[in-house]
Ligand binder design. Sequence first.
Ligand SMILES: Cc1ncc(COP(=O)(O)O)c(C=O)c1O
Length: 263
Amino acid sequence: MRVDLLEAILARRQPRFIYTLPTFQNPTGVVMSLERRRRLLQLAKRYQVPIVEDDAYGEIYFGEEAPQPLKALDTYGNVLYLSTYSKMLAPGLRVAWLVAPEPVIERMGLYKQTFDLNTNAIGQWIIAELMQRDLLNEHLLRARQCYQHKLTLMLDAIERYWPAGGRVYPPAGGMHLWYRLPGDMRARHLLREAAHERVAFVSGELFHVDGGGHHYIRLSFASPEEKHITEGVRRIGIAMRRLMARRTHSDERDLPIERLPVV
Ligand SMILES: Cc1ncc(COP(=O)(O)O)c(C=O)c1O
């Protein structure tokens, strides 16, 4: 969030709300600094715009403790805090929660009913049982260690198998690694080449509404098995080198991505 640019936008556009993902942002893994959080809250208060804080990844931290949510600094009641069990437990449970002033919760509850009638009872029941037996905290301790270990494996493999010239942005939590490809290598060209190696990643373009992100990729380290992380990174490295070797002979154009099965 470019808080330095926000004031001009708030003044000109008068938005209905500000959506932000301040902790372990997807895809970059960035954590908004305390200074920017304070400034964001100040601006939102001044322009009377509510903030929707999406904190899906806050519990998956690799440091000593979780960064404080924006909501924890909100003395004005202006932050609608959202989180989910999808990342910390299982996406299939389809259970999330909202922290907001009561009238907001009531209104949003009514709107939500028009979409899904209610949140699934079995998912809520499973989570309640896990909490009552104090198993959720235990699970989170293990999940943090496991994901951090997988991230380390991914970083080691990148160091070992990828050509120099790119830039890694190691996250302090979450599930994703953001990477700047070397030189003018384009994510969509690499994706096509990587498909021949039966491996895929998410191109940075998908995270940009303004046509940016061509030279960035997002890798997920949470769900693949350890051996697949190392092997997947190795294969992307092969694709990178092939692309680099070819580029020295001919110029790549924006060819469409072929549809190859990815295994
Ligand atoms: C920032 C963020 N919020 C929310 C979600 C999804 O949450 P849910 O499964 O509860 O819809 C995701 C999943 O990718 C996410 O990245």
